[in-house]
Design a protein around this ligand. Structure first.
Ligand code: 2B7
Length: 639
């Protein structure tokens, strides 16, 4: 269709029903309904842009805080008169319900919410509305009050360019509160600029107090790929691979338009933002289901065809989506929304359509990006292991609570008196005698001691039920209180810092490595939250005259000796923590003012995962050195 005129509009009914039952059209007369008016007008402008006729939209919140102007640089709503009804298209659009155009194929129908009846609904619920059109070289205007025209379409004068401008002020006899929320409008416009690649949206807030929020421009050349980047920054999520999956497709038969970006991160939750016709679907629905099933099939197919399945654990659908962050946006002609807040898509046909569009695209992407695909598979396997660990931990808890009426703290734990968690610390100490020294030397108010006897089980190769049969590890889990695997909850952690205190020899290193491996595998959240530390007990005491110095390693010993000069020097090498006097242990290793801790960090989760895998079973001191190299000194720890 090359041109569009007023005769293409079908007149249906007047606006009385809208004023009588506003809730039927905008969901209610509260804040949500009030803002719905803005979305309706903005959606019409966006549609004009999506059809390729406009590129720039401006929304102004006026100083009174309860009136809005929306402007686009599209073709301008036609103003010519309908041959039989003798009214202009503009008036028809703003004064009659269901005055959607049958022009332009199905495009206008894809508008959010009310399929083109939006303009008249907004008009009906506004105490004042002014529609201005620049078209055919002239500026035209029509004014309305509560949906009724105050006159015909007036020609104001010559115009440069084309476009539509709508000013409206909601009717306070309909809405108990007519003040708009700038933040709500701003955020919605920002999302719109992501969902419509290249669309330029300006938000001007004349009501803003300071200068900060006055005028913002949203324009994203990469669309939802840019949105994904923003979400990752916002949520502080670290991707486990570069180059996200992205696809933009149109379904032949149904005309459904689909836009998806996905990226896996170190986070343990799934975060998907979905939209239907630009409307957020916080409760998901059939489109999300289609994405999940398509993704699941693609991923399993890839894992199977490349024989990447892990031994001993089965991969669940949740494992595939753990850490997944993404944006899904679809446009369809007849969306049906469900639920209390109408934020779930209910069209059943959509699931299969989305599935069939997404699955081949993801498979193709995986097969052409092997490095990325392998990183994702490693992430999925990590999740499967953690889930298995959580299940076993739950079984363990069930078993324990069946035998004793309540879960008690391990008997050998010397807890601290302090109840303030942030301020408290637990030292995991190798051996009973060292534990004894630490127990006596500590600050009882805020330092707890958990001595570990014997060697800790290697959590890397052992099954989780074996891990928890290991007394040392299950005591540790109980003392920390935060659970493990999927059941991990940082907020339940009973201490602010977890500090591994092991001898400075190879046995001590081995114990520390095993503990770190266990925590990395089953409570990685402790590490990402920066809660895990290594204490650094001294290896030597160097007495120079009456002064004692402590050296953590050979290098420090040399440095201290260099400074000794000609004084009498006496060097003691500690055989173990156990032979250190409690007071000395306090001075060198426990006292927050004088000690130095190393904070354990994960630089690259997938790399760490692989390296720990490779190192296990080899020389323990090599492993320890690796981990020490990847631990960073914790500076300014004193509180
Ligand atoms: C379904 C109705 C609402 N409409 C048109 C044409 C352009 C156009 C509009 C619009 C909001 C605030 C500034 C079509 C569509 C009515 O028919 S609505 N632009 N912008 C808008 O509402 N912005 C149109 C065919 C030929 N020429 C113009």
């Amino acid at each position: 269709m090359s041109s569009y005129t007023a005769k293409d509009i079908t007149v249906l009914e007047g606006l009385e029903p809208v004023r009588r039952r506003p809730g039927m059209y905008i969901g209610g007369v509260g804040a949500s309904g009030l803002h719905h008016l803005v979305w309706e007008i903005v959606d019409n402008a966006i549609d004009e842009a999506m059809n390729g006729h406009a590129s720039h939209i401006q929304v102004t919140l006026h100083k009174d805080g309860s009136s809005i102007t929306v402007e686009d640089d599209g073709r301008g709503i036609p103003v010519d008169k309908h041959p039989t009804t003798k009214t202009s298209a503009l008036e028809v659009i703003f004064t009659t319900l269901h005055a959607g155009g049958k022009f332009e194929g199905q495009n206008y129908k894809t508008a959010g919410g009310l399929h083109g009846v939006g303009a008249s609904v907004v008009n009906a619920l506004s105490r004042e509305l002014i529609a201005t059109v620049k078209r055919d070289g002239s500026t035209w205007e029509q004014r309305y009050k509560q949906g009724t025209p105050l006159g015909g379409v007036k020609k104001l004068g010559p115009a440069r360019g084309t476009g539509t401008t709508v000013f409206f002020k909601p009717d306070s006899t309909i809405f108990p509160k007519v003040l708009f929320d700038a933040r709500t409008i701003r955020d919605r416009l920002e999302v719109a600029s992501y969902l419509h690649k290249g669309l330029k949206v300006v938000f001007e807030n004349e009501a803003a107090e300071g200068e900060e929020l006055k005028r913002e421009t949203f324009e994203h050349t990469e669309g939802i790929a840019d949105y994904l980047k923003k979400i990752l920054v916002e949520r502080n999520s670290k991707p486990v691979h570069d180059a996200p999956f992205a696809t933009t497709k149109e379904h032949e038969e149904s005309g459904l338009k689909l836009d998806v970006v996905l990226q896996w991160t170190e986070s343990t939750d799934e975060h998907l933002r979905s939209y239907v016709n630009g409307i957020p679907t916080a409760s998901g629905g059939t489109h999300e289901n289609g994405l999940r099933s398509g993704l699941g099939k693609a991923m399993r197919n890839f894992i199977d065809t490349h024989s990447l399945s892990p031994k001993g654990v089965t991969i669940s659908a949740e494992d595939i989506r753990e850490g997944l962050t993404g944006v899904l946006s679809i446009f369809i002609t007849e969306p049906q929304f469900q639920g209390q807040t109408k934020d779930r898509l209910n069209n059943p046909e959509i699931t299969n359509i989305v599935d069939s569009m997404v699955r081949p695209a993801i498979e193709h992407w995986l097969n052409h990006n092997t490095t990325v695909a392998n990183a994702i598979v490693a992430r999925i396997i990590l999740s499967a292991r953690a889930r298995e660990a959580s299940r076993a931990a739950k079984d363990e808890v069930t078993r324990k609570s069946a035998t004793s009426s309540r879960l008690t703290l391990p008997g050998k734990l010397s807890d601290c008196n302090s109840s303030g968690r942030e301020d408290s610390e637990i030292f995991i100490v190798e051996g009973d005698s060292a534990g004894g020294s630490a127990k006596q030397g500590r600050d009882r108010a805020r330092q707890a001691i958990l001595p570990l006897r014997g060697k800790v089980l290697n959590a890397e190769s052992a099954s989780i039920s074996k891990v928890l049969e290991n007394k040392e590890l299950s005591d540790l889990v109980t003392a920390l209180g935060c659970g493990i695997g999927k059941g991990f909850e940082l907020s339940k952690l009973r201490y602010g810092r977890i500090i591994i205190l092991a001898d400075a020899d190879s046995d001590g290193h081995h114990i520390a490595t095993l503990l770190m491996t266990f925590i990395y595998r089953h409570m990685p959240g402790l590490i990402t939250a920066g809660r895990l530390y290594l204490a650094q007990p001294p290896l030597y005491r160097i007495d120079i005259g009456k002064e004692s110095h402590w050296a953590l390693d050979e290098k420090q010993k040399t440095d201290i000796l260099a400074r000794a000069g000609k004084s009498k020097v006496d060097i003691t090498r500690f055989k173990g923590l156990g032979e250190m006097m409690p007071k000395v242990l306090w001075e060198t290793t426990l006292n927050p003012r004088t000690r130095r801790l190393l904070r354990v960090t994960i630089d690259d989760q997938i790399a760490t995962d692989r390296i720990i895998n490779e190192l296990m079973g080899k020389d323990p001191s090599a492993r320890f050195r690796f981990i020490m190299d990847h631990a960073e000194a914790a500076e300014e720890l004193d509180v």
